[in-house]
Ligand binder design. Structure first.
Ligand SMILES: *Cc1c(COP(=O)(O)O)cnc(C)c1O
Length: 386
């Protein structure tokens, strides 16, 4: 595809009119576990879906094009994509990760480290000096999430790439929150980009999936090898649905962001609210950095109420249009209480280290009409005060 086309156009048109057999406008779904040999010793491009499948490859090619990578591997979930990337670690190797990452990532990293699969050091990655010091212990990989979940801290991709390169460590970035529509870590020199495609890329909350996009052919070859070996490959049906979602990614992200911005502004001026975490707000400590390395601020935000956990409970009782559920990035708005839900894998000490208070609430702004969401959050904030 032409580089001159915008990313939005390429997302819409990924694999459109590519079918050689019937000229199907949309790429066919290959629901098959295996592919025949033409004859003895004459294999075809595909043989077994765990290894590769045309529908999985169509999604992977679209993600590679959008992220600007050398190759992509689609997997059965975001966690399996992370597990796949961690195959680059050997016993004794050191991984430097963030103190405030996705709860499942935290459980996987700490669980692997406890079993001696690699050494782990978790640091606040907004503190570049602290990351540099941790990498100096001979790290093989720097694991990055930006913005972080759930506090929406933005970490400096260019600065981290600089110090990880000097330390000889690979840099892997979980780009789930922003997607390549709003942030492309490979452009900052990252080696791997990881996604939970369950979230914005599919965008309709009806698929579990993941992806690893590698910056180089040798890294991609290792991901393909381990995906096939471990069997973490995606289901073609899920890839079909996810590619369908990718076509509307840019249109959805624009509405997610419009809603996220309107909600953050409402929260920032409401007396019941003590803190709002959204890099799109001009007085956010991360606003300038986010503007520099992102193409937008996305639809995720979190906030704390003056009345703490009790007020958060009243807010959740009163809210109507935001479904109380984990996950994010779908067309429908969701609200989550991280300490008891997405980050229940954190004990009190880990919550404190990550700065997650018991009264924190996280919103995933969907693509509903902005006024409806604003009205609903306003009435729930009012109700949370009594
Ligand atoms: C959801 C999520 C994951 C895990 O993805 P699953 O598809 O649920 O396995 C990883 N990282 C981030 C940032 C996520 O939000």
């Amino acid at each position: 595809m032409s580089d001159k086309q915008s990313r939005q156009t390429r997302a819409v048109r990924a694999a459109v009119d590519a079918d050689q057999q019937f000229g199907a406008v949309m790429p066919p779904l290959y629901l098959t576990s295996s592919f025949s040999f033409e004859g003895y010793g004459r294999s075809r491009p595909y043989d077994y879906t765990r290894t590769a499948n045309p529908t999985n490859d169509a999604l992977a090619a679209a993600l590679v094009d959008l992220e600007g990578g050398a190759g992509g591997t689609v997997t059965s979930s975001g966690m399996s994509a992370i597990h796949l990337a961690l195959q680059l670690m050997n016993p004794g190797d050191l991984l430097v990760g963030p103190v405030d990452c996705y709860g499942g990532t935290y459980r996987l990293l700490t669980g692997c480290a406890e079993r001696g699969l690699f050494r782990l050091e978790l640091v606040d990655q907004t503190d570049v000096a602290a990351v540099r010091a941790a990498l100096a212990d001979g790290a093989q990989m720097l694991w990055v999430e930006t913005p972080t979940n759930p506090l929406m801290r933005v970490v400096d991709l260019a600065a981290l790439r600089d110090i990880s390169q000097k330390a000889g460590a690979l840099m892997a970035v979980d780009n789930t929150f922003l997607t390549p529509a709003l942030q492309r870590p490979l452009e900052f020199g990252a080696d791997l980009v990881v996604h939970s495609t369950t979230k914005y890329l599919n965008g309709h909350s009806d698929v579990l999936g993941g992806a690893v996009v590698a910056a180089t052919d040798p890294l991609h070859a290792q991901m393909q090898h381990w995906s096939n070996t471990l069997g973490v490959s995606a289901s073609p049906f899920d890839s079909f649905l996810t590619l369908r979602g990718v076509r509307s990614l840019h249109a959805r992200m624009a509405q997610h962001e419009a809603n996220g911005t309107a909600l953050a502004e409402l929260l920032a001026r409401h007396p019941a609210v003590s803190a709002v975490h959204y890099p799109g707000l001009k007085d956010s400590p991360y606003h300038e950095l986010a503007q520099r390395q992102q193409d937008g601020f996305g639809g995720m935000l979190s906030f704390e109420l003056q009345g703490g956990e009790a007020a958060a409970a009243r807010f959740l009782d009163a809210i109507r249009l935001f479904t109380l559920a984990v996950s994010l990035g779908g067309v429908e708005s969701l609200v989550c209480h991280p300490p008891s839900m997405s980050h229940a894998t954190y004990d009190d000490q880990a919550l404190a280290a990550a700065g997650i208070s018991k009264g924190l609430l996280r919103l995933s702004a969907g693509i509903e009409a902005t006024d409806d969401l604003v009205d609903d959050v306003k009435q729930a904030l009012d109700a949370s005060r009594y």
